[in-house]
Design a protein around this ligand. Structure first.
Ligand code: PLP
Length: 463
């Protein structure tokens, strides 16, 4: 092999050290940047050449352009002043796990294409069952199992396709139910999976699924000759972290013969602390569960966990082999081919970074991390509640606080605008019914009490 074409091992080592320094410097100095990128649409693109280079370019010039052209167009999700959307955590061990996975560059679609990629994934998803207090049957040693996917959207799509196959009736007779606060990935997944009937069910004053309304919709659909096939339950909705009643919904699903899917994309991370698990009581009755360590569990995007209570329907739906050719080894759990557990064939070695994270922090470290954010959120909620200028608009069981200005929608929208244009913080304005509200999501890796104090001062000054 000639090194006039490739980067030599020595060069890679040198550049690699330089690149790690670059990332470490970035994270160390991240508070110097405006949190939300200030570039105008098209600005980054206009600064880049229209054609790819015909000849090689020195690495220095690539790094220079990274600093000068790319960095101004970055919104700093890792900033401790990041309160927008939900967190997208990263951490030292996670970044290093990513580096190791990229260095190995394996495709783990089959056990045989890299045994350790499959077996570490199995170990890690099984560990997580115990860490989150999920039903033991969901372990690979039970009837169920877990798999790492790219996103909660992918998991929900897989759940919908599995339910559709299970139902064994024409798809245009099947009905999907979810609350009006359910994440848009449910509707998108249902569309991709070919469902034509998706019912948006009313929520109660706490933004949780209204069981009476669900039952009414089911009865009306049965009367019309349709078949209830799928219900989504959210533990921690995106707008307010509302919690749907898991056990009662799952009981209705069991009675009606429907698939029951739990979306705990954000709040799932909190379940590593036993005191939050009452929010998902009833998991013993559900069919599938999804949660994102890539939100609030110190693990870089992408890392989503998908669990099923019974892996057979999943394999029936996702295996590219017809059922009569399936091998007993896969079903028995002796050899797992994770390509049969989701849509794509190729798969990254994602378990490596999660394993690095779990071993670096230990369960206790992650619990401390989660509890501190929840404490800070409860603290902020208390301050908002005690101030006449503000009102809370929803319960705040985890790290998200949703509030509004008591002067109304315009005052609330102005406050969100001023907070975001200050460059010092990022929050998300949202609508709940007719009311404008501000979401403050506390969960960034480096957010401390000092940062939240600064945010509170800014809210007070700008209100
Ligand atoms: C973030 C979120 C999703 C989407 O997660 P992706 O991994 O980006 O697909 C789905 N549901 C809920 C409740 C979420 O908060």
């Amino acid at each position: 092999m000639s090194y006039d074409l490739h980067m030599s091992p020595d060069d890679f080592r040198r550049r690699g050290h330089q690149m790690v320094d670059w990332v470490a410097d970035y994270l160390e100095n991240i508070e110097q940047y405006p949190v939300i990128s200030q570039v105008k649409p098209g600005e980054v693109r206009a600064a880049l050449p229209a054609a790819a280079p015909e000849g090689p370019e020195p690495f220095e010039t690539v790094l220079r352009d990274l600093d000068e052209i790319i960095m101004p167009g970055i919104t700093h999700w890792q900033s401790p002043h990041w309160y927008a959307y939900f967190p997208a955590n990263s951490s030292g061990p996670s970044l290093l796990g990513e580096l190791a996975a990229a260095g190995l560059g394996v495709q783990g679609m089959l056990w045989a294409t890299s045994p350790a990629a499959t077996e570490l994934e199995t170990v890690v998803v099984d560990w997580m069952v115990d860490l989150l207090g999920l039903p033991t049957e969901w372990k690979t040693t039970g009837r169920g199992g877990g798999v790492i996917q790219m996103s909660a959207s992918d998991s929900t799509l897989v759940a919908l396709v599995t339910a559709r196959e299970q139902a064994a009736a024409p798809t245009d007779t099947l009905v999907v139910y979810a609350s009006d606060q359910t994440h848009s990935s449910l509707e998108k997944g249902a569309r991709i999976a070919g469902f034509s009937h998706v019912r948006s069910i009313r929520t109660d004053a706490q933004f949780a699924l209204d069981l009476a309304a669900l039952q009414q919709a089911i009865t009306a659909d049965r009367d019309a000759g349709l078949i209830p096939a799928f219900v989504a339950v959210t533990v921690g909705t995106t707008a307010t972290t509302a919690v749907d009643p898991v056990r009662q919904t799952a009981t209705i699903a069991t009675r009606e013969g429907m698939w029951c899917h739990v979306d705990a994309a954000y709040a799932g991370s909190a379940m590593i602390c036993p005191e939050f698990r009452h929010h998902q009581d009833g998991l013993d009755l559900v069919d599938s569960y999804t949660f994102n360590p890539h939100k609030w569990m110190l693990t870089n995007f992408d890392c989503n966990l998908y669990y099923v209570a019974d892996r057979r329907p999943l394999l029936d739906a996702m295996s590219i082999l017809p059922p009569y050719l399936r091998n007993e080894a896969t079903l028995s759990g002796d050899v797992i081919d994770y390509r049969d557990w989701h849509v794509p064939l190729g798969r990254r070695f994602r378990s490596l970074k999660l394993w690095f994270v779990l071993r670096h922090y230990g369960a206790e470290g992650i619990r401390r991390f989660i509890r501190e954010h929840v404490r800070l959120a409860q603290d902020l909620a208390g301050r908002l509640e005690a101030d006449d200028r503000f009102e809370l608009v929803a319960p705040h069981p985890f790290g998200l606080v949703v509030f509004r200005h008591t002067d109304g929608n315009e005052a609330t929208a102005q406050l969100a605008k001023h907070l975001n244009s200050s460059g010092r913080v990022a929050v998300t304005p949202t609508m709940l019914g007719d009311a404008t509200a501000i979401r403050v999501s506390i969960g960034s890796t480096r957010t401390t009490a000092d940062h939240v104090d600064q945010l509170w001062s800014m809210i007070g000054e700008l209100a």
